[in-house]
Design a protein around this ligand. Structure first.
Ligand SMILES: [Zn+2]
Length: 100
């Protein structure tokens, strides 16, 4: 998506808020927001959510993050297994080689 506005000489950022109050709500912000001398331009793009929708979005977001965390753990477990397997293989190989 293109950013239609320029502030402080740079295109505005289109970001998504993941705060408890405004989950999944997109907003435009000056890229230099919070820095010295910046204009602090900030504008919501999406309308605010009602409480029910907000809770649904928050729950989905939480679940996705949990699943991602679990997936990352499984991947790193697999990586560790592969590394040990390779090291063990190298040790066995070198022992057999020296044994000859
Ligand atoms: Zn600015």
């Amino acid at each position: 998506m293109t950013t239609p506005f320029y502030h402080c000489g740079e295109p505005t950022n289109l970001k998504t808020s993941w705060t408890e109050a405004n989950p999944g709500i997109r907003f435009y912000g000056c890229r230099r927001y919070g820095t010295n001398g910046a204009c602090n331009y900030f504008r919501w793009l999406d309308p605010a959510l009602d409480e029910y929708t907000r809770n649904v979005v928050l729950n989905f977001h939480r679940r996705i993050r949990e699943l991602e965390k679990r997936q990352n753990k499984e991947v790193s477990k697999f990586d560790r297994k592969m590394v040990s397997f390779i090291i063990l293989g190298a040790i066995v190989f070198s022992l057999l080689w020296i044994g000859k």
